[in-house]
Design a protein around this ligand. Structure first.
Ligand SMILES: CC(C)(COP(=O)(O)OP(=O)(O)OC[C@H]1O[C@@H](n2cnc3c(N)ncnc32)[C@H](O)[C@@H]1OP(=O)(O)O)[C@@H](O)C(=O)NCCC(=O)NCCS
Length: 166
């Protein structure tokens, strides 16, 4: 598996799992039923942001991550990122590889830290993975996510500092 910058040609491979993950209603607060163009505008970053894909040896796109400044202007020294692994490829280390890539990008690009704004508290795999990569839960907004089967659950704000020890 390699991780490389996504091209617009990758979008046709990303959109099916973007669509199924969002419509499952368990992990992302994006609108249901987003069409190709609206979804692409949300996921395919432009500089200084980046979108990457994890690709297997045969060229199949297994997952994707996007990253960039969390806020514009005076908030732009803190990065953020989002991740989606195709359901058929989950549980095989793709998310961990994407997470490690993104953490390394944020550090080497000179950000002071990385913030995840909305990690669903019941998303055990994501919370465990981000914690193992050095993030901590700063706060949980109660009931902020309307989970498709569990109802209103909390959203974690998770953060990792890069500036300590610089
Ligand atoms: C969350 C997601 C990115 C993780 O990617 P993945 O490829 O499935 O994860 P990995 O196979 O790399 O596993 C990551 C770790 O999570 C652990 N994990 C998986 N399910 C878990 C669970 N239910 N509870 C605790 N840990 C779990 C794995 O054991 C693994 O740990 P390890 O590397 O120490 O063995 C992926 O499942 C996904 O895209 N989910 C839908 C969208 C989403 O939730 N995005 C993140 C929003 S914050």
């Amino acid at each position: 598996m390699i991780i490389r910058d996504a091209t617009i040609a990758d979008w046709t491979a990303i959109y099916p799992f973007f669509h199924s993950i969002v419509d499952a209603g368990e992990t992302y607060a994006y609108p249901d039923g987003l069409g190709q163009d609206d979804a692409r505008a949300l996921w395919m970053e432009t500089p200084p942001g980046r979108t990457v894909v994890a690709v297997d040896d045969g060229g199949t796109v297994l997952g994707s991550a996007k990253m960039g400044p969390n806020r514009p202007g005076r908030g732009s020294h803190i990065a953020t990122a989002s991740f989606m692994v195709s359901p058929s490829a989950q549980g095989q280390g793709v998310g961990r590889a994407l997470g490690a890539h993104v953490v390394n990008w944020g550090r080497t690009a000179g950000y002071d830290g990385m913030q995840f704004n909305a990690v669903v508290e019941t998303n055990a795999a994501a919370v465990a993975l981000w914690t193992s990569l050095g993030f901590t839960v700063l706060a949980t907004v109660p009931g902020a996510f309307d989970h498709a089967s569990l109802g209103k659950v909390g959203l974690h704000v998770m953060f990792q500092s890069y500036s300590a020890g610089r």
